[in-house]
Design a protein around this ligand. Structure first.
Ligand SMILES: [Zn+2]
Length: 434
């Protein structure tokens, strides 16, 4: 099923001419309305009319998260403040939050793109959507909310927290779609079991998970536990919120990014150079239709690649590979690049381990130490100590083999790692604190 057949199946040449038309309009608009961009263009000796083709995109300046912070709170608005109908903001764990504004039209486009995304995953207006993404300044909750309403599905705006009650509501309401972070879905599962609720008594059929990187193994785990189809959704508040890209139920591989609204590139994160189609690097997004706060070449820090192969679902919009991680999250351990998602894959492939883990990085003398704490299941935990030690050694060896880095592994008892009701905190880098 498709929500907007005409737009979603637009031939690529038409899609690209639409993108070019929108890009030209955008550069004019930001040059004349956002002092930040005028300054950047002037520094590069660049005039909006010099952007004549899509490949001229590479001459435009990048925008980074820091630019949003430097212009806190409303410095990047391209419209008068009275035209802004809503603002969202990031939690901003360090320093100022990043703020994003929306006009009425921005909100309506967002709701439509979310409706499109829901339909791509197989959701229909007959579904009951349990939305456990946080409501508030975070874009997850409200983004999903208006998308489901626009589609005509029934939304349950439960937000985050109160996990026991969530399970009860899902059961009583007969919710068919679950929206939350992948790690929270597993927490919901455990809570349901602990409450003696039979998972088969839930009517769930689709799970839409995002807001944190997860792996294929984690997907299989979630699908098996809930007996649902689990799909990946991608978004970021600086660009829009959820609904920038989503997996389709047909291929369930790669996320269609809505290219009539977002112009994408993959760059080398070190040099900033554009990479050829298909290569892995940092995703850069230009918003083509945002009114309140359009961004030019926003560096997402997310590592992925574009899949230029047509999808069986008929959508012509390119897919991006499941995110490998954030360039920010990439750990450099004694000169080796390691993504937490790679470690997660190995843990989930190992019999007896659970998806609950934490990676601790510290420095001893001049040496970086990577320690992985992972919960074992009840069965392994009751085994003899020598079995546990054998499992630890095996894990250390596998990680060394695949990632080329020596680690310490600590198998911990079930339920000992703190559960998160939002984004799971997987990595604790103690090196940054010293
Ligand atoms: Zn598809």
């Amino acid at each position: 099923m498709l929500y907007d057949v005409e737009r979603e199946t637009m031939p690529r040449d038409e899609l690209e001419s639409l993108q070019l038309k929108r890009l030209k309009y955008l550069v004019e608009k930001v040059y004349h309305n956002v002092p930040f961009y005028k300054k950047r263009f002037d520094e590069l000796n660049l005039k909006p009319e010099q952007i004549k083709t899509l490949s001229d995109l590479k001459y435009l300046p990048f925008t980074e998260k820091q630019d949003l912070r430097n212009n806190y709170p409303f410095g990047l608005f391209a419209v008068p403040k009275e035209n802004v109908v809503r603002v969202h903001a990031s939690s901003g764990t360090t320093g100022k939050a990043t703020v994003v504004g929306y006009t009425k039209r921005d909100i309506s486009i967002w709701a439509n793109l979310m409706a499109r995304s829901f339909v791509a995953t197989g959701v229909t207006r007959r579904d009951i959507v349990h939305n456990a993404y946080g409501y508030g300044l975070f874009t997850g909750g409200l983004g999903m909310h208006y998308g489901a309403e626009t589609l005509g599905a029934t939304i349950v705006p439960v937000s985050g927290g109160g996990t026991k009650r969530q399970v009860m509501l899902m059961k009583d309401f007969g919710s068919t779609v679950l929206c939350c972070t992948p790690s929270y879905s597993l927490y919901l599962y455990e809570t349901a079991l602990a409450q003696g609720i039979d998972i088969d008594s839930l009517k769930l059929r689709i799970g839409i998970f995002g807001a944190e990187p997860w792996t294929e193994k984690m997907r299989l785990e979630i699908e098996k536990k809930f007996k649902i189809k689990a799909l990946d959704i991608y978004g970021l508040s600086e660009i829009l919120g959820p609904g920038v890209a989503v997996e389709c139920e047909t291929e369930q591989h790669g996320l269609h990014i809505w290219e009539d609204h977002f112009l994408i590139e993959i760059i080398n994160p070190e040099t900033g150079e554009q990479l050829p189609l298909g290569e892995t690097g940092e995703l850069v997004i230009t918003t083509l239709t945002k009114e309140a706060q359009p961004l030019i070449r926003y560096r997402t820090k997310d590592i992925t690649s574009i899949i230029p192969i047509p999808c069986k679902c008929g959508r012509t919009h390119y897919r991006i590979e499941r995110l490998k991680g954030r360039s920010d999250d990439m750990l450099i351990i004694r000169g080796v690049n390691v993504f937490p998602s790679q470690i997660e894959s190995i843990l989930l492939e190992t019999e007896g381990l659970t998806p609950h883990y934490q990676i601790i990085v510290k420095r001893e003398g001049a040496l970086d130490i990577l320690e992985i704490q992972v919960e074992v299941d009840e069965k392994i935990f009751s085994d003899e100590i020598k079995h546990l030690q054998r499992l630890e050694r095996k894990l250390i060896q596998t990680i060394k083999e695949f990632l080329g880095v020596s680690t310490r592994v600590k198998l911990v008892e079930p339920q000992s790692i703190t559960r998160s009701e939002g984004k799971a905190k997987r990595v604790i880098d103690l090196r940054k604190q010293s």
